[in-house]
Unconditional design. Structure first.
Length: 343
């Protein structure tokens, strides 16, 4: 739906509008016909002044440092953690509700961490801190398939191994992978770009994402574990993650091992997964991130219950990380807030 002349429609800013997630957000605002009274595109000085066409209108990108947050009802942040840490408090101080897709405030006490299909009740009123956080792209698929598993069989332990494409590092990551791949194909001995990924990602697999912590895990692995616990409301559950970067432009895959408190019947598990909203079950096959079909669905396959210990089972998850794991949740949060009269 294009811009509407309706005082009930929100005024929205997309901060990071020229980035990978920001561009996807704008696509989804069009695709889902999200009504708005005014839409502002905001980005760094480097991208300011660009023109982007949204809903049939050419929109000029405003420089972040010059943007007046008091002119909007909601600001959708997707420009990176450091930008959010600096500018989300500014937006909130000027009366805007911040919906943040970065790790900046996900674990802040009192800040709701929302996956609309699971805990939309958190959106019934404006949070005291003025911020609603969106979980990471590696977290969202896991919590969406496991909430009902916890209710049915209980969960003792979750082990997640993620395989994440270059788009998780934004446009810069995509461009470096593409440039590096061309370089290696032309000359396998040539020096490959490594500003975004070190070692280079082209024709490689990197067994870690984010800074390495004292215990040997990475920051993103710690974040996945903490976010899963918070969204599921299970602060004491054991969650272990290994996050791997793979040489794919976009898309995420995850192998998930779940140890339950009771024996799991495979047929019942498949039925439970098939009943979940916006989940496509491929049963014994393995969906691939490069061939998902509907990119707004979460795809599940390789469903295997252990023959020797039926309390445990494996799942394979595949998603479009820019949509399912980021932009789509932010847009759904706006839709839910409007439906509940909170925006």
């Amino acid at each position: 739906m294009p811009q509407v002349d309706d005082p009930a429609a929100p005024r929205i800013a997309v901060v990071g509008a020229t980035g990978a997630v920001g561009g996807t957000l704008l696509e989804l605002i069009e695709d889902r016909a999200l009504p708005y009274r005014r839409l502002h595109l905001v980005a760094s000085a480097r991208s300011a002044g660009r023109t982007i066409r949204v809903d049939g209108r050419d929109q000029r990108v405003t420089e972040l440092s010059r943007f007046a947050f008091g002119t909007v009802d909601a600001a959708l942040f997707c420009a990176g953690e450091q930008v959010s840490r600096e500018w989300v408090p500014v937006a909130v101080a000027h009366g805007a509700l911040a919906i943040d897709s970065t790790p900046a405030f996900r674990m802040t006490p009192g800040t709701p961490l929302v996956v609309p299909q699971l805990n939309a009740a958190e959106l019934g009123r404006r949070p005291a801190g003025g911020v609603i956080a969106v979980p990471g792209a590696a977290t969202v698929p896991v919590v969406r398939v496991l909430r009902d598993v916890e209710r049915r069989w209980g969960i003792r332990r979750i082990v997640v191994s993620t395989y994440q494409g270059a788009s998780g590092a934004g446009h810069g990551g995509i461009e470096e992978l593409q440039d590096g791949s061309r370089t290696v194909l032309q000359d396998p001995q040539a020096t490959v770009p490594s500003a975004q990924f070190s070692p280079p990602l082209a024709f490689n697999v990197l067994p870690g994402i984010g800074d390495v912590l004292e215990d040997g895990s990475t920051l993103q692995e710690r974040e996945v574990a903490d976010e899963v616990r918070k969204v599921l409301g299970l602060p004491g559950i054991e969650v272990t993650a290994t996050c791997v970067r793979v040489p794919m432009v976009s898309g995420h895959g995850a192998a998930v091992w779940v140890q339950c408190r009771a024996a799991v019947d495979r047929a019942e598990l498949v039925s439970l997964l098939e009943a979940l909203p916006e989940v496509v079950v491929h049963d014994r096959s393995g969906p691939t991130p490069a061939a998902l079909g509907d990119p707004d669905q979460l795809h599940v396959g390789r469903i295997r219950v252990s023959a020797t210990a039926p309390e445990g089972f494996w799942l394979w998850l595949a998603t479009d990380n820019l949509r399912v794991g980021g932009a789509l949740d932010a847009v759904r949060i706006v839709e839910e807030l409007r439906a509940r009269g909170a925006l």
